[in-house]
Write a protein that binds this ligand. Structure first.
Ligand code: ADP
Ligand code: MG
Length: 586
């Protein structure tokens, strides 16, 4: 081992083990983990320190890695997960044993569900005690618990296996359909000592961690045949397409095909939302009336009504699906033309197969889509320009929409119920992977973790648009944002409650209704408490001034944006998922 830090650590070991080999010839588990990660170009760690990984984090920093400490493991985990999405390398979250591990597990499961590559590294207590259930400090059989919630789970027991263990974790996370991997490091492993030369030789550099998966020529031909015969074709781009970083090829395919496209929320910006072929504002019509739908890195899950029912209309439909995961095909409806492979390779093959004389779809269809889109855009425009006090979602988001148009490199993080639903359709995105949100689960709590990782991984400014309830899940991480002085502007849409701030306790008792928060809360003061900028605004004009000032400053900032407490709807746009009681509400 060459660097100063390692030698210092080795000296320490040698001093402590007086009768051991000479200083400079030994390494240990701590340093093998670090060297293995660095060898594979993993240089950023999202963690919460504690037993038994505190020193691991210290040594990592000493060895030049970026070690970001959070206030709660779940947010370190959400940061790692979205880092994976943004970089195509596994984001690494590191936690202590049992409770810290469990806190991180939520985000590991989230990463797996969303197909983001992530590795959760947790320290664990002694195997001998855990396996005999003798009650160790933070005892838990973490490996067994993690297994069903992630793509792969490994435990390393011997220092000489660290290289292989980390290589397996990296490969499992990024190859095929990406996902979460759990890596269990018992405390004893970190202190294990071995010869430095042998240690170095035991490390593994992962070659071609996510090999290209070329689609079968027959599958490509079949897909083109289906597409050619379509009268009303539609392309749906999902976050798998955004993840693939095949931006130019995807744009070329959409443009050459002449087919209208719909971006799923995290695929927005893959082509700019202002692109003439975008069907975003005509979503309902496009889904209902299309006859052939080509899915690119998007699943027919609940977010697309499982590919059937009212949303999709009565007209018979044929699906083409491009996905790296063969088992995704026919998951909800029959797929007429499955194309299994990585998005980049599949899109290239389709482009090549289209040849020079590909005919655009019938003008009757494209005009119907674009006419509907323009009508909807015109209908929305005046609402987005309103300067009402108290603010409604349209007035407030109209302002943020302009800000993103003027700052297309900024990354938008978005969560909430109404805050999410309205922002998704109102705020246009212009570049790939600039919109990060609640993902496949529609989970609340991703906000600050994603904002931190977005700033750290890309260096670009971040605008986090948060419902007041959603913000609450990760609000303490504003201290983390301030500690690392990140260019994150958080806007809290404060309507004083979950969905709305107006529910009342029907019994007249002293407790407020279950969906109601403290009235007139000042979230801006939370940011000020840690040295960031705070703004309190009640009108769209003031919101615009505050966000521009915050983003120009490049400093951590929080804008408390007061929204009409009557403005939202129950559960945003997915109120239909709430079960109904047969006994009516009083
Ligand atoms: P959205 O929610 O945006 O519709 P999903 O998360 O449902 O997107 O779907 C993403 C899909 O993309 C998953 O089925 C996943 O297997 C697939 N995917 C992820 N990465 C790639 C890739 N590089 N190539 C092909 N498919 C991919
Ligand atoms: Mg709210």
């Amino acid at each position: 081992m060459s660097s100063k830090g390692s030698n210092a650590a080795i000296d320490t070991i040698a001093q402590e083990t007086h009768d051991g080999p000479e200083a400079g010839t030994l390494t240990d588990g701590f340093h093998l983990v670090i060297d293995a990660l660095k060898l594979n170009d993993i240089n950023t760690i999202y963690n919460v320190p504690g037993i038994p990984i505190t020193d691991l984090g210290r040594f990592m920093q000493e060895e030049g890695m970026r070690v970001l400490s959070f206030r709660h493991e779940q947010h370190a985990g959400y940061a790692a997960a979205i880092a994976g999405f943004l970089t195509k390398k596994p984001g690494v979250c590191m936690t202590v044993s049992a409770p810290g591990f469990l806190n991180g597990l939520t985000s590991l499961a989230h990463a797996t569900t969303n197909c983001f590559p992530m590795i959760l590294i947790s320290g664990s207590s002694e195997r001998e005690i855990v396996d005999l259930q003798q009650g160790d400090y933070e005892e838990m059989d973490q490996l067994a618990i993690a297994k069903p919630l992630c793509k792969a789970a490994y435990r390393i027991l011997h220092a000489e296996d660290i290289g292989i263990g980390i290589a397996r974790a990296i490969r499992a996370a990024v190859s095929g359909r990406p996902g979460g991997v759990y890596l269990d490091l018992p405390a004893k492993l970190l202190g294990q000592v071995m010869d430095a030369d042998a240690g170095e030789k035991s490390l593994v550099k992962v070659i071609d961690a996510a090999p290209a998966q070329i689609p079968a020529p027959a599958a490509v031909e079949r897909a083109l045949e289906v597409l050619k015969n379509a009268k009303r074709p539609l392309i749906i781009l999902g976050k798998g397409a955004a993840y693939a970083q095949a931006d130019d090829e995807i744009r070329a395919l959409v443009e050459k095909s002449g087919i209208p496209y719909l971006p799923m929320s995290m695929a927005k910006g893959l082509l700019p939302d202002t692109h003439p072929q975008s069907a975003g504002p005509a979503r309902s019509l496009a889904l209902k009336q299309s006859d052939v739908v080509m899915m690119i890195g998007a699943r027919l899950n609940w977010l697309l009504s499982h590919g059937k029912g009212k949303t999709w209309g009565d007209a018979p439909k044929k699906f083409i699906q491009i996905d790296i995961e063969p088992k995704e095909m026919d998951s909800n409806v029959e797929i007429a033309a499955p194309v299994v492979g990585d998005v980049g390779s599949c899109v290239q093959a389709l482009l090549a197969g289209m040849g020079e004389d590909w005919a655009a779809p019938p003008a009757e269809w494209t005009e119907a889509v674009y006419t509907k889109k323009n009508t909807n855009i015109e209908r929305m425009a005046p609402k987005l320009r309103n300067n009402n006090v108290p603010m409604d979602y349209q007035g407030a988001l109209g302002v943020l929409r302009t800000i993103i148009a003027e700052r297309p490199d900024a990354i938008l993080v978005n969560e909430g119920a109404n805050t999410l639903d309205f922002a998704r359709s109102i705020i246009d995105m212009y570049k790939p992977r600039k919109r990060l949100d609640v993902g496949t689960w529609g989970v609340m709590g991703i906000g600050m973790g994603q904002a931190i990782a977005a700033a750290v991984e890309t260096g670009h400014p971040v605008l986090a648009v948060e419902g007041d309830s959603a913000f609450g899940f990760s609000g303490m991480e504003v201290e983390t944002i301030c500690r690392y002085n990140l260019p994150v502007c958080v806007v809290v849409f404060n309507n004083g409650g979950i969905y709305r701030g107006t529910d009342v306790n029907p019994t007249g008792g002293p407790d407020v209704a279950p969906t109601v928060f403290v009235k007139d809360a000042r979230y801006d003061k939370m940011m000020e408490a840690f040295g960031g900028l705070g703004f309190h605004v009640t009108s769209p004009d003031d919101l615009k001034r505050a966000v521009n000032e915050a983003m120009d400053s490049g400093k951590p900032a929080l804008v408390n944006a007061v929204i009409d407490e009557n403005a939202g709807t129950e559960s945003g746009r997915i109120g239909n998922l709430n079960p109904q009681s047969v006994v009516s509400k009083k």
